[in-house]
Design a protein around this ligand. Structure first.
Ligand code: FAD
Length: 392
């Protein structure tokens, strides 16, 4: 291979470039990214960056000069021609490749048919974060639609910033539903103790506006919440429109890969990170796992597999891990919680607070969640990794 093109300049793209060099690839590495920024870390956007304890510059990944990457930033890939092995960019340039790495991640979902009012925000990129931070700096009433991780983290950070009225709305009965009801109940208590109001098991029926700005959120149960700023934290969708017509197989919009991170039906295209669906051994089907550590590790495996002969490729099988910071609580999880059908509290100290919850599928321990229990989660991670290795 003489030239490898990486499309998508986030965590997975950055790690992919480094891994190619680490594996000894001496050809050209071209990284195409639609953002103008060099690759940066997204988790601080809802935490330290929003809180003001980190600058945008500090979120940028340090890229060693040895990586020798040709950067094509501020340019989206708009199509892929697999017969000619070229990626076409928005300005019409064609970038040829011998090997292609797809790391285009996901974007924040917006609200369908959003009224033309100012005051709506999403949080996925550095630019989103700058706009949102500016908006909340002069407001006292924020409604967050969506009680997933980003919604909950932002609620916590806003209260830390002194925003007086922070309300979170979700159709689910608990925040962060993938963590189960036991964690969900405790998360409600944690946020309510810190002044956040939850409106759960209800949906948004519409938005009110005044003078061209959003002024409130109407709920399906008849209540109305005043708002100066609304954060839409509604999950994400894969950035794969540019692959339409390429013949690559997609699953719910994500690039369908085999266990080696190779795009199904190809031999010189791999995908990694949030954009990839792959067969995790415990899932029994291809899934997307939108965790920072998955993007980091999958990019390294995908890069080395792209360089390897088909017979020498390694499987990507790992215990998913995740963290979230809310107030003084460091939440961490290990395991494939999406397939759990039962959650059990095994240890709790409401004063600290600390918590250990185990997640099961039938009788099988499938994962664990902790609050402020770092050592415990490392233990679960090791046990689950042993289980995974034994099953292969
Ligand atoms: C606010 C926030 C907080 C988070 N907090 C946590 C956390 O606490 N813990 C955790 O485990 N995970 C967290 N995550 C998730 C984690 O950041 C992601 O899993 C990780 O960033 C995925 O990396 P990626 O490289 O796959 O995608 P991304 O980081 O999204 O990078 C993809 C890049 O590709 C670009 N791109 C898209 N389409 C094109 C195109 N056509 N052409 C060129 N470029 C394109 C995108 O603009 C982007 O720059 C958080 C995410 C967000 C948004």
């Amino acid at each position: 291979m003489e030239q490898i093109v990486i499309v998508g300049g986030g965590l997975a793209g950055h790690r992919a470039a480094e891994a190619l060099r680490k594996a000894g690839f001496g050809g050209a590495v071209v990284l195409v990214g639609d953002e103008t920024h060099r690759p940066y870390d997204r988790p601080p956007l809802s935490k330290q960056l929003l809180a003001g304890s980190m600058t945008a510059d500090e979120t940028l990944y340090r890229v060693s000069a040895d990586a020798n990457v040709t950067w094509t930033l501020g340019q989206a890939a708009v199509s892929l021609d697999r017969d000619r092995q070229v990626v076409r960019l928005a300005d019409g340039t064609e970038v040829p490749y011998d090997g292609l790495m797809i790391t285009t991640g996901r974007r924040a979902r917006s609200w369908p048919e959003l009224p033309e009012l100012e005051g709506f925000h999403v949080l996925r990129s550095l630019d989103d974060a700058a706009g949102f931070r500016e908006a909340v700096s002069s407001t006292s009433r924020v409604v967050i639609v969506g009680a997933g991780f980003i919604g909950c983290e932002v609620a916590a950070t806003l209260r830390g910033l002194g925003v007086t009225e922070v309300a979170v709305v979700d159709i689910a009965p608990f925040p962060m539903p993938v963590l189960g009801a036991e964690v969900g109940k405790r998360a409600i208590t944690l946020h309510e103790q810190n002044g956040v109001r939850f409106f759960l098991s209800t949906s948004v029926s519409g938005f009110a506006g005044q003078g061209g700005r959003v002024s409130g959120v109407d709920l399906a149960d008849g209540r109305s919440l005043p708002a100066d700023v609304v954060l839409l934290a509604l999950g994400s969708a894969p950035n794969t429109e540019w692959l339409e017509g390429s013949g690559l197989e997609l699953l719910d919009g994500a690039v369908l890969c085999d266990e080696h991170c190779v795009a199904v039906g190809t031999s010189n295209i791999v995908a990694a990170g949030d954009v990839a669906a792959w067969p995790h051994p415990q899932a029994g089907r291809p899934i997307c796992i939108e965790h920072w550590a998955i993007a980091r590790d999958m990019a390294a495996t995908a890069a080395t597999n792209l360089l390897a002969d088909p017979g020498g490729r390694a499987s990507f099988a790992t215990v998913p891990t995740f963290w979230s910071d809310q107030y003084s609580v460091k939440m961490k999880s290990a395991g494939l919680l999406a397939v759990a059908d039962r959650f059990e509290v095994v240890e709790e100290d409401t004063e600290k607070p600390s918590l250990v919850v185990e997640a099961f599928r039938g009788q099988e321990l499938i994962g664990a969640i902790v609050f402020n229990k770092n050592k415990a989660i490392i233990g679960y991670q090791r046990a689950l990794a042993g289980q995974l290795a034994g099953a292969r």
